[in-house]
Design a protein around this ligand. Structure first.
Ligand code: CAA
Length: 385
């Protein structure tokens, strides 16, 4: 469903994504979750179909689609498997958008085009073991030596970090003796073939188990100066601007999880009989289903309205945070109710409800916790600070 009228192209993109998700993702999602592994070949298939270059203009080998089309596709992929969706969301929203908006012509040719074609996979490395919500307190250090940058430090929670080909890394370029806060952070294009690049601990997570989340360790990793993105000292602002878009992607991911949980609950409530009738005949179940559907529709309406505002060139910092907040809390509400509707069967791995519940939780945490979204919204309400 979608309250907002969709264009022909948007309907086609949604249908393409739905078919791909049903054929290539949904049948395998439970196994990938169990084995904590996502086949890179499936990511390549997503790339070949254009799902990894949806927001990149055609001149850079992307599909040049509008934001709503992208979010519709993402919701479909997520309804099949939220792990596949986060790979798609991070790639489309963070490293590729940073390259598109702040990269040089050479960087766009060399990295953005193959990323848009899905030949190179992207990741985004902002957080660190001691720097999460307080992102500008990061300590990974880049020191200039002649024509090179030398990077040392550890990045955490890097989605797709174990198989990404291009990683956008935020590191300090100010001096340890004269810290400049967020102005001392720059963005670098890092590739894993460089000496000093190490994939560290892989997190053993509650949900999104197929999506690899890793630490990355940089031990005197040397980069040519051309791998600095945009201007020195602007990396934090670039990252924040990209997260404005990223948060729309996570909202779509959350909606996909919620919708899948609602669909599964509707089917189960129709087939499960207790007290001589299908449980969907009980008002207790009807009220749950009605609340679940209402929250999904309102989150989707806000998301699509925000996507349209973004494509009109308006600032969406506040609305992006509202979308992520509303959609992720909707996903948590809906999946909790789904587990309850499934009863004991909601608590076991033979049925899908427990996976939706586990997958939903992270949407309230990454790309800015719900608390950070509320901070951003309140700041915007106060006029920007
Ligand atoms: N757009 C453009 N510029 C922005 C901006 C935005 N959305 N947000 C902040 N800025 C600018 C500010 O204007 C400011 O610039 P000036 O000094 O020139 O005015 C500068 O950035 C610093 O901003 P703040 O003073 O507001 O910075 P802060 O330290 O108070 O932090 C925050 C603000 C909103 C709390 C921010 O730190 C934040 O968003 N934290 C959460 C981090 C986060 O979302 N991490 C996600 C990790 S990535 C991930 O999860 C990906 C994955 O793999 C799934």
């Amino acid at each position: 469903m979608s309250l907002t009228p969709l264009t022909e192209v948007q309907r086609e993109i949604r249908s393409l994504a739905r078919t791909f998700a049903a054929d290539a993702i949904a049948p395998h999602a439970a196994r990938w979750d169990r084995e904590a592994c996502f086949p890179v070949a499936v990511a390549r298939q997503m790339g070949a179909l254009g799902f990894l270059g949806m927001l990149i203009p055609e001149e850079f080998d992307g599909l040049g689609l509008d934001t709503t089309s992208y979010l519709l596709a993402l919701e479909e992929i997520s309804a099949a498997d939220a792990s596949a969706a986060v790979l798609m969301s991070v790639h489309n929203s963070l490293p590729t958008q940073m390259l598109l908006h702040f990269g040089s012509d050479e960087q766009r040719d060399h990295y953005l085009k193959p990323m848009a074609r899905g030949e190179l996979l992207g990741a985004f490395a902002l957080s660190e073991p001691e720097s999460g919500s307080d992102a500008s307190s990061l300590t990974c250090q880049a020191i200039r030596e002649g024509d090179e940058w030398v990077i040392s430090g550890t990045k955490s929670w890097v989605t797709s970090g174990s198989f990404a080909d291009v990683i956008m890394v935020m590191a300090r370029t100010d001096s340890p003796d004269a810290r400049r806060g967020s102005k001392g952070i720059s963005a670098f294009i890092v590739t894993p073939d460089r000496p000093g690049f190490h994939v560290g601990k892989k997190e053993d997570k509650m949900g999104l188990r197929a999506s690899p989340t890793v630490q990355l360790n940089f031990d005197g990793l040397r980069l040519p100066s051309r791998n600095l993105l945009g201007e020195e000292g602007q990396g934090f602002v670039y990252a924040m601007r990209s997260l404005d878009n990223g948060r729309l992607g996570i909202a779509a991911q959350a909606l996909g999880i919620a919708r899948a949980a609602l669909d599964a609950s509707l089917a189960y409530a129709a087939e499960r009989r207790q007290f001589k009738q299908a449980i969907r005949e009980f008002q207790a179940i009807q009220f749950k289903l009605a609340d679940m559907a209402s929250r999904i529709e309102s989150a989707r309406a806000l998301l699509h309205a925000t996507a349209a505002a973004k494509d009109r060139g308006e600032s969406i910092t506040m609305y992006g945070s509202m979308c992520k907040l509303l959609a992720s809390e909707t996903a948590m509400f809906v999946t909790t109710e789904a587990v309850q509707i499934f009863g004991g069967y909601g608590y076991v791995k033979e049925y899908p409800a427990e996976k939706y519940f586990r997958d939903a939780k992270i949407t309230e945490i990454y790309e800015g916790t719900s608390e950070i979204q509320r901070v951003v919204i309140a700041r915007e309400l106060y006029g920007g600070k």
